[in-house]
Design a protein around this ligand. Structure first.
Ligand code: FES
Ligand code: FE2
Length: 410
């Protein structure tokens, strides 16, 4: 357990809160590149209401939603004149938040030069739009190999459902290898047949940008060992390295994935993912994705969700969720802990070491920001931030040599 005050410190993400300021020191995904065209998008991030758009020059911009003049929503603005024009009185803002035009003011007025609208810088990589919402000079946006290398095709998506709970519950689930053997032991994903066996050994280690567990289980053949490594990177990122994965059974070969958990506010969490497939293994489906510029958005899922069919809402006659797939099992376990779970009443065992380590890491990151230092995982050295590779996630082998981590920069 942790005291109530520490739980508050770790979970609140609005402007000025300790965890909120910590999150604002990283580039965070805010949208899908392929979906950012003519229309503006209403976005809520870290408790702030914002508008994401692409200007006539193709540049992404993220501005405060409410117009600086009299608070009409820029969601209804027009993209023109080098920025976004408020629909009410026509104030025109560019991606830096500079006001370029005030049609109602005298021609020689300098008033517009004194208005600075809240604007956050954006960058695009791997099919996602990232924003930096913090103070000071933005750090480097780490260019993971799977986000930029021509050796992969990629699918960038915003994953549904949005979780109606705090971000830390999703992240803690990642460093909890025991749950895989219990919660997922009747998953319809046949590959998960390896999970019902409780791990015989679990190691947790700190890495340069996060924490990682390694779980050892008996392999499918006598004499083999199944090793699963799961990497949690700052901030809120679940990273899977290359290798065929039980979680991605429909890919002919898995190149790796990154999944960002982005706090919408204290009690809502969004997920953005990039899944990579080595080009040499790509199927017709992923080849088609690469024809679309390497971006594959799960439109069917998003549309279904937007149509009001809450896609997790399959319940039995008693009104309980049917936990027949891995992601539904995780969703229900995490969301049913509460909007912000009360960690002061929990009882942690030895298998919760990863959870303890995660909380320690985030508390240290919060402290670093409070002391004016960069938190863990913030990159300013171009050599470190480029072509970042991930260790293999799933391996089956007979000997230690076969199971050695092939490479691990993080
Ligand atoms: S409210 Fe936006 S220009 Fe007046
Ligand atoms: Fe899980």
């Amino acid at each position: 357990m942790i005291p109530v005050a520490q739980n508050e410190m770790l979970t609140r993400v609005g402007p000025g809160t300790p965890a909120g300021e910590m999150f604002r020191r990283y580039w965070l995904p805010v949208g899908i590149s392929g979906e950012l065209r003519a229309a503006t998008q209403k976005v809520r991030m870290l408790g702030e209401d914002l508008v994401l758009f692409r200007d006539e020059f193709g540049r992404p911009g993220l501005l405060a939603r409410d117009c600086s003049h009299r608070s009409t929503s820029l969601e209804y603005g027009r993209i023109e004149g080098g920025g976004i024009r408020c629909p009410y009185h026509g104030w025109l803002y560019d991606i830096r938040g500079d006001c370029l035009d005030m049609p109602g003011e005298p021609k020689d007025s300098k008033f517009k030069d004194r208005v600075k609208h809240t604007a956050y810088p954006c960058r695009e990589i791997g099919g996602l739009v990232f924003a930096y919402m913090g103070l000071g000079e933005p750090p480097l946006l780490p260019t993971f190999e799977i986000l930029v290398s021509d050796s992969f095709t990629r699918r960038a998506s915003m994953d549904w459902p949005v979780h109606p709970c705090n971000w830390l519950q999703l992240v803690e689930n990642d460093q909890d290898p025991v749950h895989a053997s219990v919660l997922h032991n009747d998953s319809s994903f046949s590959q998960n047949s390896l999970f019902p066996t409780m791990a015989t050994r679990i190691d947790f280690e700190e890495t340069e940008a996060g924490v990682m567990y390694t779980a050892y289980r008996p392999g499918p053949e006598p004499g083999t060992t199944y090793v699963r490594r799961v990497n949690s990177l700052m901030p809120g990122i679940l990273a899977f390295g290359p290798g065929r994965s039980p979680d991605h059974h429909d890919d002919p070969e898995f190149g790796g994935s990154l999944r960002w958990r982005v706090p919408v506010d204290d009690t809502t969490t969004k997920m953005f993912s990039v899944y990579a497939t080595p080009r040499k293994y790509q199927s017709d489906r992923t080849a088609k994705a690469s024809d679309m510029g390497g971006i594959f958005v799960k439109r069917d899922i998003i549309n279904e969700s937007l149509a009001g069919k809450y896609w997790i809402a399959e319940r039995n006659a008693d009104g309980k969720f049917i936990l027949d797939e891995t992601w539904k099992q995780d969703y229900v376990a995490i969301v049913s802990q509460g909007a912000i779970t009360d960690r002061s009443r929990e009882k942690l065992g030895t298998s919760d070491r990863g959870i303890v380590q995660l909380r320690k890491m985030y508390m240290e990151a919060i402290k670093a920001v409070q002391e004016g230092r960069d938190p863990k995982g913030v990159m300013r050295d171009p050599a470190k931030a480029s072509m970042v590779r991930l260790p293999r996630t799933n391996q089956v082998g007979r000997t230690e040599d076969e199971l050695v981590v092939s490479y691990a920069q993080f």
